[in-house]
Design a protein around this ligand. Structure first.
Ligand code: FAD
Length: 581
């Protein structure tokens, strides 16, 4: 059995920032980072538009409380206000930290960090590195980890979270290169395992965003919070779903329907902010235009037009968006509009944690030895709808905080008592069973079927019966996965089909929890829109939902309260009210 004081799972922004905080502040601790892909291939590297902080470089009227208010309002009042306070108050300092680590931000003429407009933010506060911000930040974080000599388990896949006797003790891990299985124990474990976009058939997320961490938590008997809130980004390139950053609208792009109208003006909820309305509203409007037959040529997409910005601005401010259009569709946005439609982008929900990143169980008690941060966590700063550029911020603020908290937490904490043998044997048996099963169902068609089911039954618009049918169908499909799968590759070394089969288990588990949570919330709030319950219902649903699997392996739901602490500081702004823009 291997052991480390602290194990961080995930090499994206949240995991790397946490591991770095431990290496910097607690040099005596043995910290290891595990990642199923090379850390700089984590989805964070694809983040484009930027990271929010009230630096006041462009807009002297901005401050953290205004950033906090925009975030809470954007969340449709479901965010925990104590966590939002930590997020927005810490933001300017974490940007300065990143700069000191070597991150190359875009600049104003006077040399200060530039800031651009983003949807739902009332001030220009999004810092950026052209439209390749995630790339700029992640590369510096990972370089710094190499500099500190942090142990990295490169391309190791976590198979199981060991949670016994009321504490988290370790992990079961598969080395993808050799097929070897190991049990690891630690005094504390941090999950920073990212999102689950691949549960759906059209997503901006990378292939590794399969919600593994979420599934492992559920399988260990822990709940997931607010999983019904799936963010659809308004502008996925049609038909592939690859992201065209919100920075493009931040720089002034128009959304046009088949009649050439800027249709955002036709909806009362978006006629003020137009293309810079929050994502839930913009995505719904695009879906409505398409439904009404006003997609381009009556089809499944609208146009995103930047021609009026001019070549110089396009090339300097949004070069990546232009490259993507040319590379994937052969369209140069200097000369022609880009076809776009909403694409699954981000998970507002996740593993519930305290503001100090410690994971909470179903009774809202902290789980000893277990922490989570970044997209897989639900601390909750985004509530029912995340504002663009607040996620990179969450990863950096709560990644750093998690590292600092864990460093202090493990001082004086002994290694847990753990017998690795049963875990090792079970994992060996599970892998052998997957490899040797002689069913008739093939992996990739099963995955596509699941993704299509989720997209149809739990998309932008939802309804009780369609959700119930979806849950039933997903469970039926899961039984085929469990009993009737056949893999073509039966080897243990770099078996990508085996990895995909393990990831498919995650997609099933996460999909079930999303459907059950969406069915239980009989109201419309943020990204969760119920056609059979079109209004927000604070008296019953101003609560976080919890989805979990009971001892009979059935999905169940319950709720827990929302923290409204900023309301006391500024009741006029923070008391829940109707969300208008
Ligand atoms: C195209 C795109 C553009 C975006 N642009 C922006 C933006 O401009 N601004 C913004 O604020 N947000 C943006 N976002 C959102 C933001 O990038 C993500 O929410 C954030 O980067 C997630 O970081 P993370 O560290 O939580 O996870 P990730 O970066 O997704 O990393 C997850 C890590 O977990 C590891 N992992 C997962 N499962 C396992 C397992 N079973 N075993 C071992 N390792 C595992 C992976 O190897 C990986 O290293 C964007 C997202 C996308 C998809």
């Amino acid at each position: 059995m291997f052991e480390h004081d602290v194990i961080v799972v995930g090499g994206g922004l949240a995991g790397s920032r946490a591991a770095l905080a431990i290496a910097q502040n607690y040099p005596g601790l043995d910290v290891a980072l595990i990642s199923k892909v090379h850390p700089i291939r984590s989805h964070s590297v694809a983040a484009q538009g930027g990271i929010a902080a009230s630096l006041q470089n462009v807009d002297s009227q901005d401050d953290w409380l205004t950033h906090a208010f925009d975030t809470v309002k954007g969340s449709d009042y479901l965010a925990d206000q104590d966590a939002v306070q930590v997020l927005t108050q810490s933001a300017p300092q974490v940007i300065i930290d990143l700069e000191h680590l070597g991150v190359l931000f875009s600049r104003l003429d006077d040399g200060r960090i530039a800031q651009r407009a983003f949807g739902g933010h009332t001030h220009r506060r999004t810092c950026y590195a052209a439209d390749k911000t995630g790339h700029a930040i992640l590369h510096e974080l990972v370089n710094n980890l190499f500099r500190y000599g942090t142990k990295i388990y490169l391309e190791w896949y976590v198979l199981q979270l060991i949670y016994e006797e009321g504490e988290v003790k370790g992990l079961v891990v598969l080395c993808l290169e050799t097929g070897q299985i190991e049990v690891l124990r630690a005094k504390a474990i941090l999950f920073a395992t990212g999102g689950y976009g691949r549960v759906y058939n059209t997503t901006s997320n990378d292939f590794a965003s399969t919600g593994d961490g979420l599934c492992l938590a559920v399988q260990a008997g822990l709940p997931l919070q607010d999983m019904e809130f799936v963010q659809f980004h308004p502008t996925g390139l049609y038909p592939v779903g690859v992201l065209i950053s919100e920075a493009v609208r931040g720089e002034g792009a128009y959304l046009l329907n088949d009649q050439g109208e800027r249709f955002m003006a036709n909806y009362p909820i978006s006629h003020n902010k137009m293309e810079l309305s929050p994502r839930d509203i913009t995505s719904r409007n695009i879906a409505l235009e398409i439904r009404a037959g006003r997609g381009i040529g009556g089809g499944e997409f609208v146009h995103l037009d930047v021609r009026h910005l001019g070549a110089e601005k396009i090339i300097s401010k949004i070069p990546f968006a232009r490259e993507e259009g040319m590379r994937l569709l052969g369209i140069d946005c200097i000369d022609a509009p880009l076809p776009v439609r909403p694409t699954v982008h981000y998970s507002m929900g996740g593993i519930p944690t305290t503001v100090d990143c410690q994971v909470l169980d179903q009774q809202s008690n902290p789980v000893p030895g277990f922490f989570a941060a970044g997209e897989c966590a639900c601390v909750s700063v985004h509530g029912a709808n995340r504002l663009g550029s607040n996620s990179l911020l969450e990863c950096v603020v709560f990644g750093k905080r998690a590292g600092e908290q864990i460093g202090a937490y493990v001082q004086g904490r002994a290694f847990p008592k753990l017998d690795p043998r049963p875990y090792q044997q079970q994992a060996e048996a599970r892998i052998a069973a997957l490899l040797n099963q002689d069913g008739s169902s093939r992996l990739y068609p099963l995955r596509t079927e699941l993704q299509n089911l989720m997209t149809y039954h739990c998309g932008i618009y939802r309804e009780e019966q369609i959700l119930s049918d979806g849950l039933e169908k997903v469970q039926f499909l899961k039984s085929r996965y469990q009993n009737d799968l056949r893999l073509d590759d039966r080897g243990r070394i770099f078996n990508m089909e085996l990895t995909a089969a393990l990831e498919l288990q995650s997609l099933f588990t996460v999909g079930e929890v999303i459907l059950a949570s969406a069915r239980a919330r009989r109201e419309s709030r943020g990204a969760h829109y119920r056609q059979d319950y079109e209004d927000r219902n604070d008296s019953q649903y101003l609560r976080h939902s919890l989805g979990f699997v009971d001892s009979h392996q059935q999905v169940q739901t319950s709720t827990r309260p929302v923290n409204l602490s900023l309301e006391a500081l500024d009741p006029a702004r923070f008391t829940p009210q109707e969300r208008k823009y």
